[in-house]
Design a binder for this molecule. Sequence first.
Ligand SMILES: [Zn+2]
Length: 344
Amino acid sequence: MNVRGIEYQHIIRRIFGEVKNYGREQIQVNCPKCQERDGLPEPDGKFNLEINTAIKKFHCWKCDEPRFYGNVSRLIRLYGSKYDYDEYISYSGVDFFNSKNNDEDIEKYIAPVRLPNEMILFSNMDINNKRHIEAYQYLINTRKISRDIIFKFRIGFCVEGKYANRIIIPSYNKFGDVNYFVGRTYLKGVKPTYLNPVVNKNLIIFNEGIINWDSTVYLVEGAFDALSFPINTIPLLGKSLNKTLSRVLKEKKPNVIIVLDPDAFKENLKLYHEIKLLYSDCPEKVRYVTLDGDNDLDEIRRLKGKREVINQIRKAKEPTDIDLIRASTIIGNNKKKWDWINIL
Ligand SMILES: [Zn+2]
């Protein structure tokens, strides 16, 4: 029988070591993504990464968030050397890797996030450099963020490169690796206000590395909100729960207090309901705060001080009956129902 793809199987063995069913069209190796995710020093020995050398596709049975699959060229490009890749291309003839959309896919789902090369930590800034001082003054004077917080959260800035004139607020995962960052301009009139890396946001928990799941966890909207109340606080980077955070909450069930912006009453309740469903046996652990007035946490702190932020958060509660009726109508994003009940 003619085994399709046999001519390049040795490249796969060179990259991954042990190959199951070597010499057949359907082979298996240990998945490097699984190894990375589980933080293992060695391959996991499970051979979950399936490769069909005839159709030149691969697929890991275990990786699901995100799924890890695609063309063999991509796999080799990711884990092999340039030599491996060039040799593979000489056999396979077609460079799938460079075909449309692939680069974007890889950036979105595969490539690790790295802080901008040009980033300077505030702890390393040059006080004689006007541009450094400009960035620093933005945080201290305009955002009213303290030095302690700036150093503690390893905040930096860029004066050149793609993220020039932006404050960089990094996020670290539980292994201490960067998993995201927020790039906020400190110059007036610059668009976009925020420039963040392109990643699948479903995969990250902002600052997961410093969250204590045995203590009360606060959920807020943005990174600056989190810096306003930096006590075990996770910025959602939006108003909804991503899949990873949802999974971790369900597993660890910490006390949760949701503090969305005052314009987000609906989303606040929706989130409350969503998390309560995850906490089937202990729904009382979930509470939320409706902020008074129109200001978000960051504005409250800047205008009225830290004490007022704490006062507001102390008012965390379970929703009233009326809140719940409102909430139940919006589950499932039933906008019509919601608009209707809101008029009453
Ligand atoms: Zn895998």
